[in-house]
Design a protein around this ligand. Structure first.
Ligand code: ZN
Length: 206
């Protein structure tokens, strides 16, 4: 914690990737998309190209880690920002949290008080997230919605800069406070290999 020395990157084996097909969630998500906004260089590699008939909404594919019992709920009902960060810090308030590194989302595939075995199968979600106008924060903030923009209208999302560029988290995190701004696209089933020496495996039973 707060160290510049990182453990080894996780050694993962992806077992399968499943598509989430939920027309109702897609409809809510598409209804949410309506205005253009500024790009975020740190997230550029995960950005989706805007569609031919839509303005650029800063849509990205991002990782979301969840407990096994929450995965199905999210696939059926979508992400619920009101439940975001329950029991795990909520550094940036009541939101749904996404990561640009899978290793960050991996942390949330178990309860810290009841860690699962290292090589057990885990599932993380790849989500399509509309960031719209993203507010950059370098410090923790207990928000229930994105802050107001300089000219009045509020930002659409908040993203936390990494410590390496003046922020307060190891890896960039993205927060949305509105249910319709994200939808689950894929479920990735994976395991850490027996040889994995990542920061989380060091805390998990073998
Ligand atoms: Zn590991």
């Amino acid at each position: 914690m707060r160290s510049a020395d990182f453990c080894e990157a996780p050694a993962l084996e992806v077992e399968q990737i499943r598509s989430v097909v939920n027309p109702r969630l897609l409809q809510h998500y598409l209804a949410e998309l309506d205005s253009g906004c500024a790009a975020i260089p740190e997230l550029e590699h995960l950005k989706l190209p805007p569609g031919p008939f839509r303005p650029d909404l800063n849509e990205h594919l991002l990782f979301h880690g969840a407990l096994p019992e929450s995965i199905e709920k999210i696939c059926k009902g979508g992400f619920d920002p009101r439940r975001g960060g329950e029991g795990v810090g909520a550094m940036f308030g009541t939101a749904t949290y996404f990561a640009i590194k899978a290793s960050k989302s991996d942390i949330y595939t178990e309860e810290f008080a009841r860690r699962r075995q290292r090589s057990t199968q885990r599932t993380m979600i790849v989500a399509r997230v509309a960031l719209g106008a993203g507010f950059r924060t370098c410090e923790p903030r207990k928000l229930s919605r994105p802050p107001d923009g300089p000219d009045g209208p509020p930002f659409d999302s908040v993203w936390a800069a990494a410590a390496a560029s003046g922020g307060c988290v190891d890896h960039v995190e993205v927060m949305i406070y509105d249910k319709s701004q994200a939808m689950p696209m894929f479920l990735v089933d994976y395991r850490h290999t027996e040889q994995c020496r990542c920061a989380e495996c060091l805390k998990r039973p073998q």
